[in-house]
Design a protein around this ligand. Structure first.
Ligand SMILES: NC(=O)c1ccc[n+]([C@@H]2O[C@H](COP(=O)([O-])OP(=O)(O)OC[C@H]3O[C@@H](n4cnc5c(N)ncnc54)[C@H](OP(=O)(O)O)[C@@H]3O)[C@@H](O)[C@H]2O)c1
Length: 303
C-alpha cells in the first residue's frame, strides 16, 4: 500500500472501465488504494477480461453494463445502489469517444449528437442522478475526464473539442457550487496510447511523422498514475501529457495563433489521422463549401 490517501478504502464508480484509462484506473484504485470499484461500460467480454486480470483482487470489483448516454440508465443505477445500501464516495466520469478527425462540414448531425451525448450529456446524467447520494459521503468527490482538446481546438476536432469544452465549463461551475462539500476535479489528458484511436486513419509506423506522434503520446500507465496522483492531491484542473501541457501554456500566451500554427505543422507532417481534414482544402471554393454545408442540413442523409 502507498502512504495514506483520502480515497483509500472508499467506494469508487468509474465509467468507461472496460478499456484504456478507465481500466487502468480500476486496477490502480484496487491494488494501490484498496478501493471497492464499480465499473461501467457496455462490453461484457472486456469486463470479464478485466475481472480475470484482477485475479484475487476481483472481489473488490463489480460492474454494471449500460450505455452512459441514456439518462434512464443512470437513474436505474442510482436506485440499485440505494436498494443495495451501497454508498459511493467518488465518481469518475471517464467514458468517452473520439469521432474520426474530419472537417465540420463532413459530420452529420447524428455524429454531433453522438459525441455530445457520450462525452457531455453522460456526465450531466450521471451527476444529476448520483450527486445527492454522493453528498451523503463524508469524503465525496467527482472527477470528470475531459481532454486537452477542451483547452485548444484544432482543425478536425470540432465536435470532440466542443463536447469536452462543454464538460470543462460544467465541471468548473459545479466545483464552486460544491466547494467545501465535495471535491470536483477536471482532467485534461493529451494523446494517450489507448484503443480510442482505433477508428482513426493510420499511417505506416516507419513514417517520421507517425513516430513523432508516438513520441509525444503518453503511455496509458503513465497517464493513469498522473491522474491518481492528481486526485490524491485534490487538484482542480489537471493537464497531463507533454502535448497537452504545450497546448495549454502556448494557448494562454499566443491564443488563436496556436490552432493556426498546429494546422501548419500537421499539414506539413502529412499525418494520416488528419488526412481528411487537410487534403482537399486548397482546391475547395467558398461556393463548394456552402454546397457541402447545405447537404448537411437536418433531414438529408450523409453520403
Ligand atoms: N486516449 C487519449 O488520447 C485521450 C486524450 C484525451 C482525453 N481522453 C479521454 O479519456 C477518456 C478515456 O479514453 P480512453 O483513451 O481510455 O478510451 P478507450 O480505450 O476507447 O475507452 C473508452 C471507454 O469508454 C467506454 N464507453 C464508450 N462509450 C460508451 C457508452 N456509450 N456507454 C458506456 N461506456 C462507453 C468504453 O466501453 P465499452 O466500449 O465497453 O462500452 C471504454 O471502456 C475518454 O473520455 C477520452 O475522451 C483520451
Amino acid at each position: 500500500m502507498t502512504p495514506y490517501c483520502w480515497f483509500d478504502y472508499k467506494t469508487v464508480i468509474v465509467s468507461g472501465a472496460s478499456s484504456g484509462i478507465g481500466k487502468g484506473l480500476v486496477k490502480k484504485l484496487i491494488s494501490d488504494h484498496a478501493c471497492t470499484v464499480i465499473g461501467i461500460a457496455r462490453n461484457e467480454t472486456k469486463m470479464k477480461k478485466l475481472v480475470a486480470e484482477l485475479g484475487d483482487k476481483a472481489r473488490f470489483f463489480s460492474y454494471a453494463l449500460f450505455d452512459v448516454s441514456i439518462k434512464e440508465n443512470w437513474e436505474a443505477f442510482e436506485k440499485e445502489l440505494r436498494q443495495k445500501h451501497i454508498q459511493p464516495d467518488l465518481l469518475i466520469n471517464n467514458a468517452g469517444i473520439l469521432p474520426k478527425f474530419d472537417k465540420f462540414i463532413n459530420y452529420s448531425l447524428d455524429d454531433v449528437n453522438r459525441a455530445m451525448q457520450i462525452n457531455f450529456y453522460s456526465c450531466v446524467y450521471s451527476m444529476n442522478a448520483l450527486m445527492p447520494l454522493l453528498m451523503e459521503s463524508r469524503s465525496a468527490g467527482i472527477v470528470n475526464i475531459a481532454s486537452s482538446a477542451a483547452l485548444c481546438s484544432l482543425a478536425g476536432t470540432s465536435i470532440y473539442s466542443a463536447s469536452k469544452a462543454a464538460l470543462k465549463s460544467l465541471t468548473e461551475s459545479i466545483r464552486e457550487e460544491c466547494r467545501g462539500r465535495c471535491y470536483v476535479g477536471l482532467v485534461c489528458p493529451g494523446f494517450t496510447k489507448t484503443d480510442i484511436f482505433s477508428n482513426q486513419k493510420k499511417g505506416k509506423e516507419s513514417d517520421a511523422s507517425e513516430k513523432a506522434l508516438q513520441m509525444v503520446s503518453t503511455s496509458c500507465d503513465r497517464m493513469v498514475t498522473d491522474i491518481i496522483h492528481g486526485i490524491w492531491r485534490r487538484r482542480s484542473n489537471m493537464v497531463f501529457g507533454i502535448d497537452a501541457r504545450l497546448m495549454d501554456s502556448t494557448g494562454k500566451v499566443f491564443g488563436v495563433l496556436v490552432p493556426w500554427a498546429s494546422s501548419i505543422v500537421i499539414r506539413a507532417a502529412h499525418l494520416q489521422m488528419f488526412s481528411d481534414v487537410f487534403d482537399d482544402e486548397e482546391g475547395m471554393s467558398a461556393v463548394q463549401m456552402m454546397d457541402r454545408l447545405k447537404e448537411r442540413i437536418p433531414g438529408r442523409r450523409r453520403n
